[in-house]
Design a protein around this ligand. Structure first.
Ligand code: ASP
Length: 908
């Protein structure tokens, strides 16, 4: 206790009794503003510390408070201070850039060292150096470079730069250069107080998730608060705050999960910083769990003031030891000049100081040439030094976080996050689950099932995170609207930060990859053609008529009638066709012509049916006539026979296509793709002529051949009449459909090779972890198992396993194809029967008239005879009648004997 008392007394005594001891006392003047308390505290604290531990010199301080924006008041205050004091070893301040040059000009005029620490700006050009001014603030060029290199190390492809004023633009000049070389899209916007929402909303609308903010740290909390209101502090929004004091803000207040990176010039984990913060009660000290020193959140200006004061006092002391420093009264009129000031200022500029809290201080061309920027990341409220940039090695940013630490952080992030997974309904990737109890309403993840869900569930178990499935708007995959420059569907959800992950049958494409990142593919596939298997065509029992057009049939009929008439007349003209009716009479009185209309038509019909006829014309002209008909029939029947088999086969098989080439070559079968998907993009952007032709056909087709989802495409393939629609679909989905619907088949191979991947924001920290899970799932067969489950087992999978392939037996002609022939025969025979009945009753009528018997009696007699099938001989009633009446015998009844034994009465 007494020891402590003695030491406290000693300290007091050393500080207060400087005049008692023979210590050289010097006065330092300092100019501050009303609101620069922390800088003033750092100054006083540094002087006090120096006086405590130094017994050769004692520094007294004279402090004046000046307004920030009134140079004249500053001038007056400084002059008054000079007047009222015996002399100053140096002047410190002021902190504000706007009035710094007032003090600078006075100091320069009276040759008095002026220690400054304000940030370099256009108002403080670097080439305007003042011999007596020593600014310990890092120089502008280094700061520009350091910021740009840090931005580069973040590897952001697109970002928005939100700035405060002209000075911000100057500070970010090197960043702008970065953006102009090779960066795809950089948005530059001024943030106007007090409502920053307008600009922030635009940034959000344009899908920027990487944002650089160059703003005074005083306003940063308000800006971030407004960003939070707009949902812009959600996960995977990334901010880079260029303010050197941003790290001192309490981000826990924001409760944000966005990733925030910033830079400091004070090493937050250094012992020196800790000592300074503790001794001067400045900044915030965050204790760490480890034995390391705590993180010290101290602003850069007090730190610079601390360094500047120590720098000056030590240098002065060192010079004083060799050459007693003389200080005299100086006034603003400039009659007197500092005596040792020149030497002192020069000495300071060549004397490097290693032990400072803002890093090594070195001067080159009157400006501080050294700068070390500490890159600090605030992730979920935790502050971590991740890298540093040093002016000594300006081209690189040195990462200080080990990969293990990095992974630990990512694991922690994954563990504490509920992943929002955006998806779309589409079999079998994600489907609504049917509740076991029909009254039950399923909610959340329980409402869905499918291949995608199984994958995410497995990954979630491996990485130990929770997840929530949400459906994307309009069930779209994600396509880019070149005019509006916006994405839709799942890709938009990722860009809008509505979801951490997006999964479905989402194809990895170069265009999508430029907006989002993808995991390794969990399935490989290619575009192919979905089509129906050959279907039985519509019933056409008269298909045998198809080989000849109806017009040809009509012509044949007309020709038949005409030739019959022609033959009838020709044979009457031709003498050769008038024959001796009685071969026993060489000189008959009459000649007979057998070519009546009935015989003529029978001859033509017989030759038409290739059956020939036992009576043939004998005249030259009639023979000529009939041979012309035979010629016609020869050609027609050979053409018919040749065409018949082809017609019957093709009409049963329907239209056929083998591959994309054959699809492209024809235009009977229409084909289409899913609207707005990668398949559509494939055809649209293809350089291959076949696919270009296909795209031209598809885009011009009316009605549209595009569908809104695969299910619609499948339905269209199945329901379009005569198989006149084919759907270009991804092979994995084709496989799913053909497993269940045996009517469908895949035609041809794959047109390309690609994969489905899980989409996530660019540079998502969890990408590596998800990739490892997918690799593991591939290696241990989990993915194959899921595929087997959802393709072949669930929801009717495997239904077409035993479906026989179309075989040659399917090619046999069925009744449906040639049934018409039987119909014709049936009707023909029926007509023959009707004719027979007609002939029968006519005969009955004749007999009853001739024999004067009743119709009934004759009918009964004739019918009885008809039924007596064993009787082969019949009474010729005409002959019996002629026996009775011989006069009639010489009548002109001619019985012509036919070779086939039939009897044909011939009446003249
Ligand atoms: N899987 C495709 C996509 O991601 C959909 C398609 O075009 O078939 O866009």
């Amino acid at each position: 206790m007494s020891l402590k008392f003695i030491s406290v007394f000693l300290v007091w005594w050393l500080t207060k009794a400087e005049y008692v001891l023979a210590i050289d006392t010097y006065t330092i003047g300092a100019v501050f503003h009303e609101d620069s308390n922390e800088i003033e505290t750092a100054f006083k604290c540094a002087v006090k510390r120096f006086n405590t531990f130094n017994n050769a010199i004692f520094f007294k301080t004279v402090i004046r408070h000046v307004p920030k924006e009134n140079p004249f008041a500053v001038y007056e205050a400084v002059c008054k201070m000079l007047d009222e004091n015996k002399g100053f070893a140096a002047l410190f301040g002021p902190p504000s850039t706007s009035v710094a040059d007032v003090v600078d000009s006075i100091a320069s005029k009276i040759e008095l060292p002026n220690m400054q620490m304000q940030s370099p700006s256009s108002l403080w050009p670097e080439d305007s150096s003042n011999l007596y001014t020593i600014n310990v603030h890092p120089n502008l060029r280094n700061l520009q470079k350091g910021i740009a290199k840090t931005v580069e190390s973040l590897q952001w492809k697109t970002y928005a730069i939100l700035y405060q004023d002209r000075d911000s633009i100057i500070r970010l000049q090197e960043v702008m250069k970065l953006s102009s070389i090779g960066k795809e899209s950089v948005l530059l916007k001024k943030l106007e107080p007090p409502d920053y929402r307008l600009v922030l909303k635009e940034v959000k609308r344009l899908g920027y998730a990487h944002i650089i903010i160059d703003y005074d740290s005083t306003y940063l909390m308000e800006i971030l608060q407004q960003a939070k209101e707009l949902g812009m502090l959600e996960y995977l929004y990334n901010y880079f705050l260029t303010s050197l004091d941003a790290h001192t803000l309490d981000f826990n207040q924001l409760d944000c999960i966005a990733n925030i990176t910033t830079i400091t010039i004070t090493d937050t984990n250094s012992k020196l910083t800790y000592g300074f913060a503790k001794e001067c009660s400045l900044g915030r000290i965050i204790p760490t769990n480890s034995t390391d020193i705590p993180t010290t959140l101290v602003k850069h200006e007090p730190s610079l003031m601390w360094d500047a004061a120590n720098f000056f006092m030590n240098a002065f002391h060192e010079l004083h030891l060799t050459n007693h420093q003389v200080v005299r009264k100086l006034t603003c009129d400039g009659e007197e000049r500092g005596i040792h000031s020149f030497g002192l200022a020069n000495y300071m500029k060549i004397r490097p100081i290693p032990n400072t809290i803002t890093g090594k201080i070195n001067f080159e061309n009157d400006h501080r040439s050294t700068l070390t920027l500490q890159v600090v990341e605030i992730m979920q409220g935790r502050l971590r030094k991740t890298a540093y940039w040093s002016a000594a090695d300006p081209e690189s940013v040195t990462v200080v976080r080990t990969e293990k630490e990095q992974q630990e952080l990512i694991d922690l992030y994954i563990k504490n996050t509920t992943f929002v997974v955006s998806s779309r309904i589409g079999q079998p990737y994600l489907m609504y689950k049917k509740p076991e109890d029909p009254d039950e309403v399923l909610e959340g993840n329980d409402a869905f099932e499918g291949f995608s869900m199984d994958i995410i569930d497995h990954i979630a178990k491996m990485l130990n995170f929770s997840y929530k499935f949400v459906l994307t708007k309009n069930n779209k995959y994600g396509s880019f609207d070149k005019e509006k420059k916006t994405w839709d569907g799942l890709i938009k959800d990722i860009l809008d930060r509505k979801a951490h992950l997006a999964i479905c049958d989402l194809t990895i494409t170069q265009e999508r990859r430029s907006a989002v990142d993808f995991s390794l593919p969990f399935m490989t596939l290619g575009i192919s053609i979905l089509y129906t298997k050959p279907k039985p065509q519509e019933r056409d029992i008269f298909a045998f008529m198809n080989p000849l057009d109806i017009v040809v049939w009509m012509y044949i009929l007309a020709a038949y009638v005409s030739i019959t008439l022609v033959m009838f007349f020709l044979t009457r003209l031709a003498p050769g066709d008038w024959e001796n009716p009685n071969p026993n009479d060489p000189n008959p009185e009459e000649l007979e012509n057998i070519w009546d209309l009935k015989n003529a038509s029978w001859l033509i019909l017989g030759s038409t049916m290739s059956q020939g006829c036992d009576i043939l014309p004998k005249g030259i002209s009639s023979r000529m006539g009939i041979s012309m008909w035979w010629f016609l029939i020869l050609i027609i029947s050979s053409s018919y026979t040749a065409n018949l088999s082809a017609f019957l086969t093709t009409s049963r098989m329907g239209p056929t296509i083998d591959n994309a080439e054959s699809l492209a070559k024809q235009n009977k079968i229409k084909y289409g793709v899913l609207n707005g998907g990668s398949t559509m993009a494939f055809f649209k952007n293809s350089n291959f002529s076949t696919y270009q032709r296909m795209w031209a056909q598809m885009s011009q087709a009316k009605p549209s051949v595009f569908v809104n989802d695969n299910a619609e495409g499948v339905k269209r393939v199945k329901t379009t009449k005569n198989q006149l629609y084919a759907f270009l679909m991804e092979s994995s989905s084709i496989e799913y459909e053909t497993e269940r619907d045996c009517e469908l088949k895949q035609v041809g191979g794959r047109l390309d090779n690609k994969g489905y991947g899980i989409a996530m924001p660019v540079n998502a920290p969890f990408r590596g972890s998800i990739n490892s899970c997918i690799l593991k799932m591939q290696e241990d067969g989990t993915l194959r198992g899921f595929k087997e489950k959802w393709w072949k087992q669930m929801h009717g999978g495997g239904a077409c396993k035993n479906e026989p392939e179309a075989s040659s037996s399917d090619m046999k002609l069925a009744l449906d194809n040639i049934g018409g022939v039987f119909v014709v025969v049936f009707f023909g025979v029926a007509i023959a029967c009707i004719l027979a009945l007609a002939e029968f009753f006519w005969n009955v009528h004749t007999i009853s008239v001739e024999e004067r018997k009743s119709h009934k009696e004759v009918t009964m007699n004739e019918f009885k005879f008809f039924l007596s099938v064993w009787k082969t001989k019949k009474r010729n009633y005409k002959a019996s009648k002629s026996h009775g009446s011989l006069s009639n015998m010489t009548d002109s009844i001619t019985i012509k004997s036919k070779s086939n034994g039939s009897l044909q009465p011939k009446e003249d």
